[in-house]
Design a protein around this ligand. Structure first.
Ligand code: BEZ
Length: 187
């Protein structure tokens, strides 16, 4: 799979087939909402957990020194908190560009805060994409994030902003908070 997944994503779903489209955000989409939406609520998906296993060439790193950003991995029985947004089709032109570095849109069941379960889309970077970095220890990930920076800013600020947002929603994420805590000790 190429670094830039925009063309692949255009072919993946026929957005016109959806009566309404929901998007699930689990990372920067929780705190950086730079698109229009019709409705938004907290939500969760089942059987996935966040991991800083994806390389970032375009936001929190560079092609020569990629940063580490989030993707989801499958963990049966897990629950991943996030935000769901009901959006118009055209929002995906912007999002496909914003999340073009290895992420593919996947269909998923999203449980909204009011208990409704809707079929929606989530961006996931799987291990077969060219920017994938994969598993590493919490210490290795934290050191990598500490030294990385890209056009969207310092890699560590991505972690701090996400951790802050999760705390505001009273949500715990062991992986994110373990890395946040190591980074705070490096300051
Ligand atoms: C998200 O916040 O859902 C997201 C995270 C990384 C890449 C794309 C989307």
């Amino acid at each position: 799979m190429p670094f830039d997944t925009q063309e692949i994503n255009k072919q993946r779903q026929n957005l016109a087939d959806y009566e309404e489209i929901w998007l699930f955000g689990y990372g920067s989409l929780i705190y950086k909402v730079d698109f229009d939406f019709l409705e938004s609520t907290t939500a969760h998906i089942h059987d996935y957990e966040r991991r800083f296993w994806q390389g970032s060439h375009d936001h929190r790193g560079t092609p020569a020194n990629p940063g580490r950003v989030l993707t989801l991995i499958q963990v049966p029985g897990a629950r991943c908190f996030g935000r769901a947004f009901k959006v118009e089709h055209n929002v995906f032109e912007h999002l496909d560009h914003r999340e073009k570095n290895g992420y593919l849109r996947e269909e998923i069941d999203i449980t909204l805060a009011d208990g409704r379960v809707v079929r929606g889309l989530v961006y996931i970077a799987t291990s077969d994409n060219a920017a994938y970095l994969g598993e590493a220890t919490i210490q290795e990930i934290s050191e990598h994030i500490w030294r990385s920076e890209g056009p969207s800013g310092k890699n560590r600020d991505y972690v701090f902003e996400l951790a802050k947002a999760l705390k505001q929603y009273a949500e715990h994420d062991e992986h994110v908070f373990a890395i946040e805590s190591r980074l705070l000790k490096m300051i």
